[in-house]
Write a protein that binds this ligand. Structure first.
Ligand code: BGC
Length: 449
């Protein structure tokens, strides 16, 4: 039986190994902008080929999220995390050695499959292994690692920019965290809820003993079992009256995470800064590093707040702050005659990312693992993850043409209005899940309503 300190150490280690999936997700998100500058010269890529190098990953991630959803209910979250880390390594190797466009796409598809798989399985795995009072923080470790991965990628991009065929290293370095995760996860257990859903009670009890303080083990075991008895695990459960509202909320929230425009900044920050008036490339690149740093710092700040303040207040602050920042960016584009317009845009972009990081960055990943029923949680959560990648693909595909044709002012005005709608949605629909056990949420509070 674990003491309080031993159990919390174990859960933290388990969460960190799983969250390495987030690091790889972020790294592969951030690395492409730097690598692409060189690849397009080396392989003489046309614009549409260049775009496909970016978007092939997003498409593969969407498909893989769906497949993972089915598999994760059948063979478990942990096993799929191991498979995803293996795919990350294979993809990194192919990209690092690629000798032409086709191999680049093959590599990006492997990495896309890995990202889709890990972004579905990791939040489920952590949330089902964590005790209720720290669940928000532990699941958000994944988001923290995504932001660290993005920042790391920006640094690697800078570091290898002047190295011969440096782009190969940019891609290949992902093998290191991939291997660490693969090996680490082999030694970690499956989540107790998954084990119980497969009737493996002895193993589930052993994991609960390691991850909960003594006085909570029996109660948690009983609660999970009672809850599982009330679910059939059939596909039709997805369409039950009590599941549909929860599922709809998670899908819409994931869509809002993307269509409010975060990745316009993450993928295209230098372009935005240049359009806003920073003429030097160095200034634009430095401002981009600033964006990456703000993202990490504010995600870190949000970690303890999720379980203390609760999800709703954080999300309201986050989305509200993003809306204000977007309208400031819009104004900076509409008023280029102002001497300080570029600085105004820069501060507002940082504000936008900072506000995103404290709520809309993490909560859409957290909520599905909290409000969807255990036996079909994998399949149900994967629909929301699918929406995330599909919406990401949509925004990434239209943003550059939008800003180049209608200009920054109108583009950011559109994102601003979408964000206001997201604010209304958050106020009306998002439930508070702080400090409730996953079972309390399902049996009592949410489904009764
Ligand atoms: C989003 C990513 C985004 C990242 C930025 C994640 O929660 O899903 O699309 O690039 O946050 O920090």
């Amino acid at each position: 039986m674990a003491t309080r300190t031993q159990s919390s150490h174990f859960v933290i280690i388990l969460s960190i190994f799983a969250a390495l999936g987030g690091l790889l997700f972020g790294y592969d998100t951030g690395i492409i902008s730097g690598a692409l500058l060189f690849i397009k010269k080396d392989f003489a890529l046309a614009t549409n080929a260049e775009e496909f190098v970016v978007s092939s990953l997003l498409l593969a991630a969407a498909v893989s999220a769906l497949i993972t959803g089915v598999l994760t209910d059948l063979i478990g979250r942990r096993f799929l995390i191991i498979v995803s880390s293996f795919l990350f390594c294979v993809g990194a190797l192919i990209l690092g050695l690629a000798d032409g466009y086709n191999w680049l796409i093959v590599g990006r598809l492997f990495v896309g499959f890995a990202v889709g798989m890990s972004s579905t399985a990791v939040p489920l795995y952590i949330s089902e292994s964590a005790p209720a009072n720290h669940r928000g923080m532990l699941v958000t470790l994944n988001q923290l690692f995504i932001t660290i991965g993005i920042l790391l990628a920006y640094c690697v991009n800078l570091g290898f920019a002047n190295v011969f065929e440096g782009w190969r290293w940019m891609f290949a370095l992902a093998i290191i965290p991939g291997l660490i995760q693969c090996i680490g996860m082999i030694f970690l257990p499956d989540s107790p809820r998954f084990l119980l859903s497969k009737g493996r009670e002895k193993e589930a009890l052993a994991v609960l003993n390691k991850t909960r303080i003594r006085s909570h083990v029996e109660a948690d075991l009983k609660r999970i079992k009672k809850n599982l008895r009330q679910q059939s695990g059939a596909w039709s459960e997805l369409f039950q009256k009590k599941v549909v509202p929860a599922l709809t909320i998670t899908i819409i929230l994931q869509a809002f995470q993307q269509i409010t425009g975060i990745n316009t900044v993450i993928y295209y920050a230098p372009e935005i800064f240049q359009q806003a008036g920073f003429k030097s490339t160095t200034a634009a690149i430095l401002a981009t590093m600033g964006v990456g740093a703000v993202n990490v710092i504010m995600t870190f700040v949000s970690l303890p707040l999720l379980d203390r303040w609760g999800r709703r207040p954080l999300l309201m602050t986050s989305v509200g702050g993003m809306a204000v920042s977007l309208f400031v960016i819009m104004s900076a584009f509409f008023l280029p005659q102002l001497e300080f317009a570029p600085y105004m845009a820069m501060v507002a972009v940082m504000g936008f990312v900072g506000f995103f990081a404290i709520g809309l960055g993490s909560i859409p990943w957290l909520l599905p693992s909290e409000i969807l029923p255990t036996k079909i949680r994998g399949r149900a959560a994967s629909l929301s993850v699918l929406m995330n990648w599909a919406a990401n693909f949509l925004v990434a595909s239209v943003f550059l043409s939008l800003i180049r044709t209608v200009g920054g002012g109108l583009t950011f005005a559109i994102f601003g209005f979408i964000t206001l709608i997201a604010l209304g949605f958050t106020y009306a629909a998002i439930p508070e899940t702080k400090n409730k056990t996953l079972e309390d949420l399902k049996i009592g509070w949410f489904y009764k309503g």
